[in-house]
Structures are given as C-alpha cells and as structure tokens.
Design a protein around this ligand. Structure first.
Ligand code: ADP
Ligand code: ZN
Ligand code: MG
Length: 596
C-alpha cells in the first residue's frame, strides 16, 4: 500500500512521448472500458484534462505504448478506482488560454458549419455531409448474445424479459391495447453487464441493435450532437422493431442550468434537448425501445426520467457470491477446465469484482495455464489470475534500491500485523514487496464473505490495518524517518473516520445518530454542504480526531509490544518477497486477535 511519487518520472516520460509522437498508438475507448482497464492495471499515467482523459497502456512487444483516450464528464468512479489501486494521476488546470482558444474555435466552427450549410443549400453532396455528421454515432448491428450469456443479475433479466416478447410481436400488444415502456434506464457500477443486458434483449428478440456512446455526441461544434441524435432515431425508426442503446448517458444527460463552463455546455444542452424531442417523437407501440446506461443516475436531468421517457429503472448491481460463480462458469464455456476445479472456491476469491473483472480472471487464468503448458486450467491458475486482476501486474523487473525495499517491507509487515491481530479485520491473504501496478508493496486483505453491511467494529479494524504501515515505520526507524509511503493509507483512513462521524451516526458523543453535511448524492468524493453550526463543526473535528487517536494508539501499542514478530516477518518478507497466508501464520502464529 505504498504509493510512489512518480510525477517526475511521468513528466520525463511525457516529454519523451511528445518528442516521439509518431511512435504512439491512440485508441479511443468508452469511459467504462477505460475504468476497467485502469482497474486491471493495464492503463497508467492517467491525465485528466477537463472531460478529456488519457492514459498510457502497455506496449505490445517492441511496439510503442498505446495511448488510451476517453471522454467523461464524471470522473468520480475513475478517481475512486485510481485511489483504490494507488495510481498517481494528474489533473490539468484549465489553461488561461481558454477563452481565446474557445473564441477562435467558435469562429472556426461557424465557418465550417456555414460552408456545410452552403453545400447543403446548393444540394450538392448532401448525403456526404450527413454521413460525416452521423457515422460515428449510428452504429447498428445484429447481435448473437442471449440471456444465457448473462448471469448474476437475475432480477434485472426478469425486468427486461417482457421487452423481448414485445419486440418480437409488437402487433399483439397493439391490438390488446397494452402500452410498453418506451425507455429503460440501466443503472449500476461499470462492468456488471449493462451493455451486455441491452445486447441480450436485442439478441433474444432478434432485432437490430443501434448503439451510441453519449460522449460521442458531444463534439466541438454546436449542433453536431443534436444532428447525430436525430439521425440515430431516424435510422432506428426505419428498422423497427429495434433497440436504441445509449451508453454513459450522464455525458449528455446531466442536469441543465447548472454552472456553465463555456461552449461545451451549450452543445451538451442542445444534444440533450434533441434527445428529449426524439424520445417524445415516437409512440410507445412503434416497436422501438430505448435503453440507456449510467452509473450516476442521480446526476441525470429529471426531464430524462419523466414518465413516457426513461421511466423504468433497472438496477444492474455487482454480482454476489452465487452470481460470481455463475459468471465465472459462463466465461469458462469456451475454455478447457480441469474437472476438479470448484467454482465456489474460485468465486470466494473474487469478492467485490465486477462481471468484467471475472471475464478477465478467466482469460488470465487461461493464459497462465498456457504459459505453464498445462492441459487444462486449474484452480491455482484462477487464483493467480484473481490476484493479477485485483492487484495489478507484477513489475518483477523494477529495480528498487535495497534501503527502499527495507522500508517497504517494514511498512507492509506493519499492515499485516495490525490486520492479523485485530478482531474483525479482513483476512490477510498475502503480503508482498514485488511492485504491482504503481504500488511498491501490498498487503492483500480480503473478507471471507461479501461485505454488504459494515459494522462500526469492522470500520475501526480497517482504520487500524491502514495505520499499521506508517506506525511500523515509526516504531522501527523512529519518528524522524517516517516516509511519504503512507499517504494513500492516511487518505483512506481519514475518509472512513469522517464517514463514521458525519454520515453513519457512529459517534454517540454528537447526540443521537444523524447525518452532518448535506450530500445530494451518496458519493464519498462529493464535498458535502455544511448544514450545521460552527460549534458542531468543532465537535465533529474533535470526534474524528479522538476516533483516529484511539485506533492509532492501539496499533502503536501492538506493534511496540510485538516488535520481535514485526522484525521476524520483515526479515522473511525481504528474503522471500511474498508471503502467503500459511507462511505468515508460521511466523505470527494462528490468527489470534488481541486488539478489541
Ligand atoms: P457495463 O456496460 O455495465 O459497464 P458490460 O456489459 O460492458 O458492463 O460488461 C463488460 C463485459 O463483462 C461483458 O461483455 C461480459 O463479458 C462481462 N460481464 C459483465 N457482467 C456480466 C454478467 N452479469 N454476466 C456475464 N458476463 C458479464
Ligand atoms: Zn500502506
Ligand atoms: Mg457498458
């Protein structure tokens, strides 16, 4: 859990990239693809520049690294993932050149649109102009995905099942006078099958699938996005019954009339207006079903979810244990699996993973088994893959100075000890000083079961585990030699403590349970609005402090008392680089919590 300050290196790297532009491959991906790649550790050096997000992917062979590009107005999920994975990212401040730049672009835009209109008026090449406007958005194809390819989200499948009947026989519904919903909003975190589900509906019904990424609507020139929306719906009408799927709807569907930030917004609003017009422009029984996906439903303009538009919400949640087992099986269908592989055990290793993660797990497992020349994929390959997907790729070749290695070992062993001896802490699965992704070392802890609810005790245990790294550095090297390696740990534990006091009502000293601060959406990254008195504010600060101090003191005492175990574990870790649960147990003894 050590975070590296790679900014300098990244800068040098960036200069290098700028110097050799011909060497890089640029790949446009959807925001959710981008996030899952970051989650897998495939994308590094992420730069956020307004809505424009870039990252560097792995290089294949001797080829230059791929530059991944995506657009998203909502970066919270990405930022959360990067925090979780300890990935350093840069956020560019809007440059002071901005206004001039936009005016110039505006002029240029007017010129281009003007000339387009003239061409249009003269009747020449009309279809060509139209194609330039629309080809990016209007993508239609038949799909061969069915409900059999979807698992773990049974309720969501049930909710969309009747759509299939309707799409197959719209006439029957018309004569009966029934009214189908026009729009379905699929809601849930990335990678759990929203797109898949929409495709499966089209596949089951055997109807065309028109899909567009909402961010592709938002272009430089005002009016282009609206034109694309119009074309999309026009094309779809000709092919009804069919499905129109709009991915990442929040890119255009954000609440209107907020703080404007220049040209981009009016384009977005025009596109949104056009979308609303288009939705009202077909009647429910025409055989067109609009499906849209978002992971931030609360940011959507309420006009979108009004009755007669996207008025049915279907939640596509992260899969639970049973669901993960089934999804793993689905992605094993085309692979050779050893007969003794128990998918229940495999599913237990994947707590918290999304469907897309599970797909990569099976893929990585196949690659790993192949590398070892095995005739079939074994459980060990799947476990190896789980680690790779959850923790990022090992950077075995990274050269870390010996002194740094020592610090990292002490730090990670501190986490391990704090977790090992704390009641309610997650199971420690492994501790390692092999760098993975951008982390120099990792303590891998994972609960035995899915954690749906967290008790106060479990939250405190998480704080203690997070404190372990810094406190071990302090105990071993002395207070003057603590390092920046704990920055991410500290960020996370502060967030937990503030959440406990302000959001979860876990602090009796502040009166009966209540929420302090008004967060419109339940997202942790959103700054909450202060809705309490200055006096309460001071009390809150005190209580957060007190809570953290309690945890800190307990871990400090533990690590001071168990200094010999800490040293033994550190020596073993330095020697072996990774210790599994059994090896840790051999040194620390059976997990025997002594901290309450
Ligand atoms: P979302 O649109 O919610 O971000 P996707 O539908 O694009 O997620 O999922 C990406 C991939 O992950 C799918 O193509 C599929 O292979 C796999 N996947 C995700 N969820 C599931 C699921 N519930 N069942 C089977 N496979 C899944
Ligand atoms: Zn740490
Ligand atoms: Mg998707």
């Amino acid at each position: 859990m050590i975070k590296v300050l790679l900014v300098l290196i990244a800068l040098i790297f960036l200069t290098f990239l700028i110097a050799t532009p011909q060497g890089t491959d640029i790949k446009n991906v959807s925001a959710s693809e981008f996030i899952s790649s970051v989650e897998r550790g495939d994308i590094k050096d992420v730069t956020i520049d307004g809505d424009h997000i870039t990252g560097t992917g792995p290089s294949v062979g001797t080829a230059a690294p791929t530059e991944y590009v995506t657009y998203s107005s909502d970066k919270s999920e990405l930022i959360r993932v990067m925090h979780e994975k300890h990935i350093v990212y840069r956020e560019k401040q809007p440059s002071s050149l901005g206004p001039v730049f936009w005016v110039m672009l505006g002029l240029l835009g007017l010129l281009v649109i003007g000339s387009m209109l003239m061409k249009k008026a003269s009747g020449a090449n009309r279809s060509m102009v139209k194609r330039t406007i629309s080809n990016k958005a209007t993508l239609h194809h038949t799909v061969n995905v069915s409900f059999k390819d979807v698992a773990g989200i049974d309720e969501a499948v049930e909710e969309v099942r009747d759509l299939v009947t309707f799409l197959k026989e719209p006439k029957r519904f018309q004569t009966l006078g029934g009214r189908m919903p026009k729009g379905i909003l699929l809601v849930g975190p990335p990678g759990n099958g929203k797109t898949l589900l929409a495709r499966a509906v089209a596949g089951e019904a055997g109807v065309p699938f028109f899909s567009a990424d909402a961010s592709s609507f938002v272009e430089m020139f005002v009016g282009v996005g609206a034109a694309r929306v119009r074309d999309l719906f026009e094309d779809a009408k000709k092919r009804a019954p069919c499905i129109i799927f709009i991915d990442e709807l929040d890119a255009i569907g954000k609440k209107r009339g907020g703080l404007s930030n220049g040209g981009g917004d009016s384009e977005r609003e025009q596109t949104l207006n056009q979308l609303l017009i288009a939705m009202d422009g077909f009647s429910a029984n025409e055989g067109i079903i609009l499906m849209a996906a978002t992971n931030r439903p609360e940011t959507l303009d309420s006009a979108l979810t009004r009755s007669g538009r996207l008025d049915r919400q279907v939640v596509v949640p992260r899969p639970d244990l049973r669901g993960r087992e089934k999804i793993l099986k689905i992605h094993s269908r085309d692979k050779v699996i050893a007969p003794d592989v128990d998918f229940v055990i495999a599913a237990r290793r994947t707590t918290g993973m999304s469907g897309a993660d599970l797909e990569s797990v099976m893929n990585e497992a196949a690659l790993h088994a192949g590398k070892l020349n095995k005739p079939a994929i074994e459980l060990a390959d799947i476990e190896h893959a789980c680690k790779k997907v959850q923790l990022g790729v090992e950077r075995k070749s990274a050269v870390i100075p010996e002194t740094t290695k020592k610090v990292v070992s002490v730090h990670e062993c501190g986490h391990t000890l704090a977790g090992w001896f704390t009641v309610e802490a997650d199971q420690i699965r492994e501790v390692t000083i092999v760098p993975r992704g951008q982390a120099l070392g990792l303590t891998w802890s994972m609960p035995d079961e899915d954690q749906v609810l967290l008790s106060k005790k479990q939250l405190l245990a998480k704080i203690q585990l997070l404190y372990g790294g810094r406190i071990a550095e302090q105990v071993v090297f002395g207070p003057e030699f603590i390092t920046t390696g704990a920055s991410n740990d500290l960020e996370r534990l502060s967030k937990i403590a503030k959440g406990m006091v302000k959001t979860y009502g876990m602090c009796p000293e502040l009166g009966p349970p209540q929420v302090f601060g008004d967060t419109e959406s339940g997202f942790v990254f959103q700054e909450s609005r202060k809705d309490y008195s200055d006096k309460t504010e001071a009390l809150i600060d005190d209580q957060v402090n007190k809570l953290l101090k309690g945890c800190y003191d307990q871990v400090l005492q533990l690590l001071t008392e168990k200094r010999d175990l800490l040293d033994k574990l550190t020596a073993a870790l330095l020697d072996k680089e990774s210790l599994g649960q059994a090896e840790i147990e051999a040194i620390l003894g059976p997990r025997n919590p002594i901290l309450a």
